[in-house]
Design a protein around this ligand. Structure first.
Ligand SMILES: [Zn+2]
Length: 255
């Protein structure tokens, strides 16, 4: 059974000038159990919009690595695209304190841009894919605040991709009254598939698997097969398909 890939990164930044690759992508029709393609910066949004396939869902977002102080016009453009294209989801957005991203994290800029995009996902009733590296405490604070403030709509579904938070943080998020019922957690081969303590804290009906690779990456399907194999004793491919379908239905405005 083909298991859906819940987090695929748009590859336009690496191959946008490569015509051959473009043609291969447009010809590809076998997306197996389906996938969600996310984008990381405004340059990728146009490309993501051109992808069309019944098994392919797509999202636009400003990734924490691409956050700059000049974000106002990008957020306005994002709001406009979400208004115009009701099938779009939000992502990948989030927080990252690692390496060279520490400056925008410490200054609070990442949090501002993350919260504005969360607000857009809520206002437009879309789901959202979130990246969180070394920032689990702040992520919990942001989600708690959103949960508490009843004037702020919660996005349809909230996906924490390649989740690396501790079991305690996982449980704290699941306990949130409004966010808890729509939260999902992602497992990928490259980040957390062998970290049993993280995976055991995720309820089975909230677990999704992902490659966390680019759409054209030749290793994508192999990475998916391996992560499914690693989890085979705790969750079946059928359950993973059901979870992804539930997540997509939560994400879909019309269904
Ligand atoms: Zn990520």
């Amino acid at each position: 059974m083909d298991v859906p890939d819940a987090h695929v990164v748009s590859d336009s930044t690496v191959d946008k000038d490569d015509d051959t690759r473009d043609k291969e992508t447009s010809k590809e029709t076998d997306y197996g159990g389906g996938l969600l393609v996310v984008s990381t910066n405004p340059n990728d949004w146009t490309r993501v919009l051109t992808l069309h396939h019944p098994s392919l869902a797509k999202a636009i977002g400003i990734h924490p690595w691409f956050v700059t102080s000049d974000h106002a016009k990008d957020l306005e453009a994002m709001a406009e695209l979400l208004r115009d294209f009701t099938e779009l989801r939000v992502g990948e957005i989030g927080l990252d304190k690692s390496g060279r991203h520490k400056a925008t994290y410490s200054s609070g800029l990442q949090t501002i841009v993350f919260e504005r995009q969360l607000a857009l996902a809520g206002e437009h009733q879309r789901s959202v894919s979130i990246h969180c590296v070394q920032s689990h405490g702040r992520l919990l604070d942001v989600l708690r605040e959103l949960d508490r403030d009843l004037s702020r709509p919660v996005p349809r579904g909230v996906y924490l991709h390649s989740w690396s938070g501790s079991p305690d943080v996982t449980r704290d998020i699941l306990r949130l009254k409004r966010v808890g019922p729509v939260i999902f957690f992602g497992v990928s081969l490259k980040i957390n598939a062998s970290r049993r303590e993280i995976i055991e804290a995720i309820p089975l009906d909230r677990l999704l698997v992902e490659s966390d690779l680019q759409l054209n990456d030749p290793d994508r399907l192999r990475a998916m097969a391996e992560v499914v194999k690693l989890l085979v004793t705790i969750i079946s491919p059928h359950e993973l398909v059901m979870n992804f379908e539930r997540f997509l239905n939560l994400m879909s405005k019309s269904s």
